[in-house]
Structure formats: structure tokens, C-alpha cells
Design a protein around this ligand. Structure first.
Ligand SMILES: *Cc1c(COP(=O)(O)O)cnc(C)c1O
Length: 213
């Protein structure tokens, strides 16, 4: 199956109201262009410098999302153009994004990453912190918090994954409004469960581009 075949299959499986972020980390420009030519315009990367390089080299109408852990000293590289940062996991990071957004005279859309998995190594806020973070983030003039992002436990136990997605969805329902309207959950292995639980955005890599080394 080619990249465009994979994408066309996904377009059939993913409902209209759910956005698809094609996760192109480690993939070449030529592979990304194959997806682009099949109609995909939103791509996600997990490293700031790789994201910057690809954004410089690839078509200008691509919307670039940062999905991976973001270090403060890397924010400046993506602040001029990034369309959405999924991985806000601290107030100090938010502060830095705001500062760089001001320097670039733009507003930057962000999601708060919520820790929903059983594993303790994952980044993100705890559920109980979110209301406080939203309150604090209202002082950042050049940030739009438009929703939440989460990653389920890496397991074959679909009940557990669904339970974690349900949890995140209910937190999202509690805070959603005109601006907070984006829930980023679901990857190649669990996007079907995420759709069942009411995701609005899925981040899919290997099901489009094949497995990564
Ligand atoms: C790599 C990655 C994905 C995509 O993973 P696949 O299993 O290849 O679909 C989604 N979200 C994040 C945060 C990632 O790092």
C-alpha cells in the first residue's frame, strides 16, 4: 500500500468532524510530499529543529503542528510559523511560547497535554491541575488555549485505553466553550477507540507512512 492509498483509506474511516494530523517525524520530504499530493495539509512533528527545517523546505500552505515534548530553548525556532502546539506541559513553557509569540507579532494556538496513561514517564498535567492552568494562562496575551491533548497507555488492553480516553473526554466536556473546542487523542493503534470516545483530532503516523525505524 502506498502513502496515498493509506491516506485515502483513513479519510474513509475518520468522520468529517475529526481532523487528521499526519505525523511525519523521521520521514523524508519526498514521503511528506506524497501525502501532501494526496490532499493532506496538516502535519505533525515531535522535534522543533526537524519541524523548522521541513517547514522551510516544503509547501507554504502546510499547517505544521508540534506534537512532542518541547524544550523552552527550542520554542524560538517554531514560534514564527507553528500552527498548533499540542504538548504544553508547564506554565514556564507557556510563558516562553507567549514571549516568542509577542516577538513574532502573532498568536499561537496551544493544547494542554494531560497525563492520562498509567505509565509515569509520560509528560503532561494532571487532570486536577487543568482549571488552575487555564486561569493562569488567561494572563498570556498571545496564547490561545484551544483544547487538550492526551496519550493513552501503550497496551493491547482496549478497555483500559477506552477508559483513559473517556476520562480525558469528560475533562474536555467540563471546560469546552467557543475557544476550547479541540481534543487531540488517538494514534495509529488506538484512533478507532478515540473516535468512539469523541475525539476531535487524531495524530497518525505509522498507519500512513509505515513503521519507523
Ligand atoms: C509518534 C507520535 C504519534 C503517532 O504515532 P503512530 O503510532 O505512528 O501513529 C502521535 N502522537 C505523538 C505525540 C507522537 O509522538
Amino acid at each position: 500500500m502506498s502513502i496515498s492509498d493509506n491516506l485515502n483509506l483513513l479519510y474513509k474511516k475518520i468522520p468529517q468532524h475529526v481532523s487528521l494530523v499526519a505525523v511525519s517525524k523521521t520521514k523524508t520530504n519526498s514521503e511528506i510530499l506524497q501525502a501532501y499530493n494526496a490532499g493532506q495539509k496538516i502535519f505533525g512533528e515531535n522535534k522543533a529543529l526537524e519541524l523548522k527545517k521541513k517547514a522551510q523546505e516544503l509547501p507554504k500552505d502546510i499547517q505544521w503542528h508540534m506534537i512532542g515534548h518541547l524544550q523552552r530553548n527550542k520554542v524560538k525556532h517554531i514560534a514564527p510559523f507553528v500552527n498548533l502546539i499540542h504538548s504544553i506541559d508547564s506554565i514556564t513553557l507557556l510563558e516562553e511560547v507567549n514571549k516568542r509569540a509577542i516577538q513574532n507579532e502573532r498568536k499561537i494556538n496551544c493544547l494542554l497535554q494531560v497525563h492520562i496513561a498509567e505509565e509515569s514517564s509520560k509528560f503532561g498535567f494532571n487532570k486536577s491541575e487543568i482549571n488552575n492552568i487555564l486561569l493562569k494562562s488567561s494572563m498570556f496575551t498571545n496564547i490561545n488555549i484551544i483544547g487538550l491533548m492526551g496519550m493513552a497507555t501503550f497496551t493491547n488492553n482496549t478497555q483500559q485505553i477506552s477508559k483513559e480516553f473517556k476520562n480525558l473526554k469528560s475533562l474536555f466536556n467540563n471546560i469546552k466553550n467557543n475557544t476550547i473546542n479541540t481534543l487531540s487523542m488517538g494514534m495509529s493503534g488506538d484512533y478507532k477507540l478515540a473516535i468512539e470516545e469523541g475525539t476531535t483530532m487524531v495524530r497518525i503516523g505509522s498507519a500512513i507512512f509505515g513503521s519507523r525505524n
